[in-house]
Write a protein that binds this ligand. Structure first.
Ligand code: LLP
Length: 418
């Protein structure tokens, strides 16, 4: 699962760089990413899609740092965005607007105008009132907005309820049985150009079968739309492919996409362009969060290893009870003990890992693995904690891609009264 992370001589290495050295050089908490791992992840999707019209739209909510976007833009990827802010990030990183799909249930008219002005590839529309609003905005600009409808296929992705999105009864997309009618309305609206169909059934999905079920439901619709004279140019399969955090064994991106393409071809849709929107599987295992053990606090029922990274740096454990592997950067000889790895934030929910066995001393560096996705992008400034720095290793070189925030910058926009 971590092809660019190695254990060698009792040390953890990212590409050729010792994690403990990175932590020492740049300070902690520190996010460190492998650029080669990101390129390899993109290449997996692209290999499977080669030879047909396609676009890999990296779901940048997983990690939107400019150098990460630059890496994927240079690899020929497009982007799946969910806000005007994300659009501005893509442009700042040198990405192309005509390779952007714009997802999200709550696009504002202002964001719609921004995206139309920039010339995004497609709006992934999630409701009927949004469709109407988009048509109004586009018409007022003398334009037509290219759209896809996000269809909710009502399949269970078998994932955490907070990150499962393809079932009836959640806020995403248009119900499958309403879709035909909504497409006919869309077709009639003056500011709308119908381009495609999309779905996204959830995240951290570890088997191909829910994807194939959803795809079948989608292709049923593509066919009934064609029968009504609505011929879609593209099918967007969404994102959601899981990664290995512990013992999950998801299919590779290449394998998953191949299976889906085989189904598309078998049903006679091989001429349509295929889009995907992967996030986690592009960056998750390309990154680690490095932290230093501040204090060890052995106790009667629990041993606490208090580190300098906290829930504000990495929300996933606190928010989803997510299990993320934690390893010492330099492995110590000697007996291991069982630790709860916790941060300095004043909440009992502020933990990164529970009941983890390793040998550790005060001052040691630890690495939280698989932290490249939904780590930095979900970070907050709770407790007025400046957000971490980020580095990107690429072969022999290390690039500082984000400076550590300063506390002063956190309240620079605030005003005293009077
Ligand atoms: N497309 C759409 C429309 C999405 O909503 C998402 C993720 C993706 C693509 C990318 O999904 P991925 O390939 O990354 O699974 N914060 C949570 C994950 C939330 C995912 C939200 N939507 C976590 O840390 O597990």
């Amino acid at each position: 699962g971590h092809p660019f992370l190695h254990q060698r001589d009792d040390q953890l290495w990212l590409e050729g760089h010792a994690l403990a050295d990175l932590a020492r050089q740049f300070g902690t908490p520190l996010y460190a990413y492998s650029r080669q791992a990101m390129r390899a992840a993109a290449a997996g999707y692209q290999r499977a899609l080669a030879g047909r019209p396609h676009l890999v739209c990296y779901a940048m909510k997983a990690n939107s740092s400019l150098a990460v976007l630059q890496t994927f833009a240079e690899a020929g990827c497009g982007f799946d965005i969910v806000s005007g802010g994300e659009l501005l990030r893509v442009l700042a990183a040198g990405g192309r607007a005509d390779r952007i799909v714009f997802s999200g249930v709550g696009k504002t008219p202002q964001e719609m105008r921004l995206a139309l002005d920039a010339g995004v590839r497609c709006f992934n529309v999630e409701s009927e009132p949004e469709l109407q609003a988009l048509s109004d905005v586009a018409s007022a600009m003398g334009r037509r907005a290219p759209i896809s409808l996000r269809v909710n296929p009502d399949v269970d992705a078998g994932t955490h309820p907070y990150i499962s999105t393809g079932l009836k009864g959640n806020k995403f997309g248009v119900a499958h049985d309403r879709a035909l009618e909504v497409y006919r309305r869309a077709q009639a609206l003056p500011g709308i150009d119908v381009h495609g169909i999309d779905c996204h059934i959830g995240s951290q999905i570890t088997s191909a079968s829910p994807y194939l079920d959803a795809l079948d439901r989608l292709l049923d619709l593509v066919e009934s739309l064609a029968a009504h004279g609505i011929d879609l140019r593209h099918i967007d399969l969404g994102g959601g492919l899981g990664i290995t955090y512990t013992d999950e064994e998801p299919p590779s991106a290449e394998e998953l996409v191949r299976q889906m393409l085989a189904r598309i071809d078998a049903r006679g849709h091989g001429h349509r362009e295929v889009l995907v929107e992967p996030g986690r599987s592009m960056v998750g295992n390309a990154g680690v969060l490095l932290t230093q053990a501040l204090y060890l606090k052995p106790g009667e029922s629990k041993n606490f290893c208090i580190v300098d990274a906290a829930m504000n740096d990495l929300m996933r454990p606190a928010m989803y009870q997510a299990w993320m592997r934690i390893e010492p950067c330099l492995r110590r000889a000697g007996p291991t003990e069982t630790w709860d790895v916790v941060g300095p934030v004043c909440e009992s929910g502020d933990w990164l890992g529970r009941d983890r066995a390793f040998a550790v001393q005060q001052g040691d560096y630890l690495a939280v693995l698989s932290a490249g996705a939904y780590g930095m992008t979900m970070a907050s400034n709770y407790n007025t904690r400046p957000r971490a720095a980020e580095v990107m290793v690429d072969g022999d070189t290390v690039h500082l891609i984000r400076e550590r925030e300063t506390a002063q910058s956190l309240f620079a926009g605030e005003r005293l009264i009077g």
